[in-house]
Each structure stands twice: as structure tokens, then as C-alpha cells.
Design a binder for this molecule. Structure first.
Ligand code: FES
Length: 128
């Protein structure tokens, strides 16, 4: 499984994401944040999560996939890989993982935390 760790001493830049403002519970939205493609999920329980917006397989835009807000499963439109959007883990195949960003909400304003480590935060899977 690919994994990208961010060192504890790396600064986080909190960036407002207007595209995510006021998205309904159970909805997803994609946005480019500081040059990185991010998908933001507003879960039915009111919490938020933010992950890499491009599929680990072949960099297809995940937000164009098939989304089930009840099961919290997103199927990539490319080759139907499925992801649990609570944790960002691959369901099928299991070996893939989405990079997870920190995210915060305050009065409907969503901010995503972009680590200032000079890297693009994208996990690639080499499974076929
Ligand atoms: S590009 Fe997403 S499953 Fe292939």
C-alpha cells in the first residue's frame, strides 16, 4: 500500500475552498487547492473529509465517479475502483489508498490544510 507521511514539523497552510461552501450533507465536491486536486466529502453525520481528487490508478477525476452517500462508497469512472470515503481506503482493490488532507469547517466556510513540504500530495497505486 502506498503511503505518504507528512513530518510533524511541516507547516500546514489552511486554504479556504469556496466550492465546498454550503455543500449539503451527503454531497461531494472537487476543487483545485493550491494547485492540488482535492475532493471534499460532507458526510451525512455532518463531518467533513478531504482526499486527493485524482484516482490512484490513472489520475481520473474521482468526483466524476458514482457516489453513494449512504454507503459512503465512491466508484471511479475510469475502471470502477471503489473507495471508502470515510477513511479513503480502497475497497476494490484493497491495496489502494487516497491521500487524506486535514479539513476544518467554521460557519459554513471550509478550509483544507495543505502541508508546506514542497510535494504534491497524491498517492499512486501500481496495482493493475
Ligand atoms: S483510473 Fe480510476 S479506476 Fe482506473
Amino acid at each position: 500500500m502506498a503511503e505518504m507521511k507528512v513530518a510533524a514539523d511541516v507547516d500546514i497552510k489552511w486554504v479556504e475552498v469556496p466550492e465546498a461552501q454550503d455543500i449539503w450533507e451527503g454531497d461531494i465536491v472537487d476543487a483545485e487547492v493550491e494547485g492540488e486536486q482535492v475532493i471534499i466529502v460532507h458526510h451525512l453525520d455532518g463531518t467533513y473529509a478531504a482526499f486527493q481528487g485524482l484516482c490512484p490508478h490513472q489520475e481520473v477525476l474521482l468526483a466524476d465517479g458514482t457516489w453513494d452517500e449512504i454507503t459512503c462508497v465512491l466508484a471511479c469512472p475510469g475502471h470502477l475502483w471503489e473507495f471508502d470515503m470515510q477513511a479513503g481506503n480502497g475497497i476494490n482493490p484493497k491495496g489502494s489508498t487516497l491521500y487524506r488532507y486535514q479539513v476544518e469547517e467554521n460557519d459554513g466556510v471550509i478550509r483544507v490544510g495543505i502541508p508546506q513540504d514542497g510535494q504534491t500530495h497524491y498517492l499512486k497505486s501500481y496495482e493493475s
